[in-house]
Design a protein. Structure first.
Length: 112
């Protein structure tokens, strides 16, 4: 049901019912001892206090220290030596080229 389809009397009746519900909720909260709700919810900034930040930082440092202590191989000072790049001699390149040419020639001849 669309609000624009309602008559004025229906809108007035709905507003009155809503006000009664809010009043009953307020009365129920006072009976149960819960604080009454204000219109707007309190804004939270999400900021942490300095002491909480220090505790988190100390805990993280402890975690990293334990990890390093458990895995001493990761603390190597020298990086691993890189493998020397292998190069082909001109004779080996020519031999490989001749074999590949023969291979592809045979493959093309087989298709015809």
């Amino acid at each position: 049901m669309n609000l624009s389809d309602l008559t004025i009397n229906q809108l007035k009746r709905a507003a009155a019912i809503k006000e009664r519900i809010e009043a009953l909720n307020k009365e129920l909260r006072s009976i149960l001892g819960a604080p009454a709700k204000s219109g707007a919810a309190p804004k939270r900034t999400g900021a942490m206090s300095a002491s909480v930040k220090k505790k988190i930082a100390a805990a993280q440092k402890t975690r990293w220290a334990n990890l390093r202590r458990a895995n001493p191989a990761t603390q190597s000072v020298k990086p691993a030596a890189t493998a020397k790049k292998k190069t082909m001699s001109p004779a080996a390149k020519a031999k490989m080229s001749a074999k590949l040419k023969a291979y592809w020639a045979a493959k093309k001849a087989g298709k015809k």
